[in-house]
Design a protein around this ligand. Structure first.
Ligand SMILES: [Mn+2]
Length: 421
């Protein structure tokens, strides 16, 4: 029996600028400004090429409540192309584009169905499909919806396949506003065959039966949205029998990369190592215009980069120029120095005297909880009263052995460096 095929996308955030970039560049600016629109264009193209029966959009189509002209035109253009291809679009709005603010001229586009503020269902019978199918959905009517919208969904008993669309935070995902909160149990209880979710920006399948998934944003806009971004092509072979294939559409990908500088003895060598690490970020299969990456310098630094601000800036410029010439151009978002000094602490340990004692003591404090806490207590006592109040939170954190160990590590190297100077 022919399957039902549809495309699910969410959180397009048309018009959203990239954030966090420390350098500005005209060509780059243009490329980044286009990326979100290009992702939407690829979604539309995928739907047409894969001949899907319909498309679902789970909110945050626009980034702002008053979308820019460019964003509105891009959206309209996509819906029109889908309509010409006979692909209807079901849209459940989210917190960035609630009903009350959604542009009037876009509500009534042919082929687009925008859900109202109460859960409702639309019949949709794909050509050649033997199944009676309904698409259920609900839109945010205002930016901050606090109630559980999913509890209002009920499957129609006369229907063989039910698809649900909602913009919601499932099980309180951190880092996203807790709008329209619901649980996996709520979603399961509603009796849908597939739940097409929006709001959380990382694509993820939450459950297989019923199929519950977040499409994620189609184009990452900062370093906390790394990796491949896209939409899902969903195939429903029959009631309760659905599967999903991830389709990447983002033209710019965000990454983080670590460059180990241990043993690197020249600036040229460092550039080489960074370029090598960035080369590894892409493969031949990637259809990307660019990669933006945060570069972390790690390991023992014999170049004494720490605190050498001007050298770091110049190094960043030269590196940017080299990375821009890679087969898929790579742009550093920023370069973070997380190196440690090149002091050979293990060698120091073998010697006698103040430094050896310092290293021994700090290691013992990091490893032995009792000595560590004794140290924390003596820090607390030696702080002047006012400082103790101001620094209370930070000092309290030292009771966490991991935090203490990191501080001891840092402090030991600082003292050792000062001492050797
Ligand atoms: Mn969003």
């Amino acid at each position: 029996m022919p399957a039902v095929k549809f495309l699910h996308a969410a959180d397009l955030h048309l018009g959203r600028p990239f954030s966090g970039l420390t350098r500005s560049d005209r060509t780059l600016g243009k490329l980044f400004q286009q990326a979100g629109y290009k992702a939407w264009d690829r979604i539309v193209r995928t739907a047409v090429e894969r001949k899907v029966d319909f498309m679902t959009l789970a909110g945050d189509v626009f980034d702002r409540t008053s979308p820019t002209i460019r964003a509105r035109v891009a959206f309209k253009d996509g819906i029109e192309r889908l309509h010409q291809a006979g692909i209807p679009v079901f849209l459940a709005l989210g917190n960035h584009d609630p009903l009350g603010e959604f542009p009037d001229p876009l509500r009534s586009l042919p082929g687009l169905y925008v859900f109202g503020p109460q859960p409702e269902a639309r019949e949709c019978s794909p050509q050649g499909s033997p199944w009676k199918l309904k698409v259920h959905g609900v839109s945010f009517d205002r930016p901050a919806v606090q109630e559980n919208l999913v509890r209002g969904f009920r499957r129609d008993p006369g229907i063989e396949i039910a698809i649900g669309i909602v913009h919601a935070n499932v099980a309180g995902v951190a880092g996203h506003d807790n709008y329209a909160p619901c649980s996996i149990d709520d979603l399961t209880a509603a009796g849908m065959d597939v739940w097409c979710m929006g709001h959380v920006h990382a694509a993820r399948v939450l459950k297989q039966k019923p199929l519950i998934l977040y499409a994620g944003t189609s184009q990452g806009a900062h370093v906390n949205e790394p990796g491949s971004r896209g939409c899902y092509l969903i195939t429903v072979d029959g009631p309760g029998d659905a599967s999903a294939e991830f389709v990447p559409v983002a033209s710019v990908r965000w990454e983080e990369v670590e460059v180990d500088v241990t043993g690197v003895s020249s600036e040229e060598g460092l550039l080489e190592a960074a370029e090598q690490a960035c080369r590894m970020l892409c493969s031949n299969e990637d259809d990307l215009d660019a990669i933006v990456t945060r570069i972390h310098l790690m390991g023992r630094d014999s170049l004494h980069l720490r605190g050498a601000h001007e050298r770091m800036v110049e190094m960043g410029e030269v590196l940017s120029e080299r990375l821009a010439r890679l087969p898929i151009p790579v742009f550093p978002e920023s370069i973070r120095d997380r190196t440690r000094s090149a002091l050979e602490l293990d060698v120091l340990l073998q010697q006698e005297g103040f430094l050896a004692d310092l290293v021994k003591l700090s290691r013992a404090a990091a490893e032995g909880p009792a000595l560590g806490q004794e140290l924390v207590n003596s820090i607390k006592e030696s702080l002047p009263k006012t400082a103790a109040l101001e620094m209370k939170v930070e000092v309290e954190q030292l009771h966490d052995p991991k935090v203490l160990a990191a501080y001891l590590d840092e402090a030991r190297e600082l003292v050792a460096e000062l001492f050797l100077e």
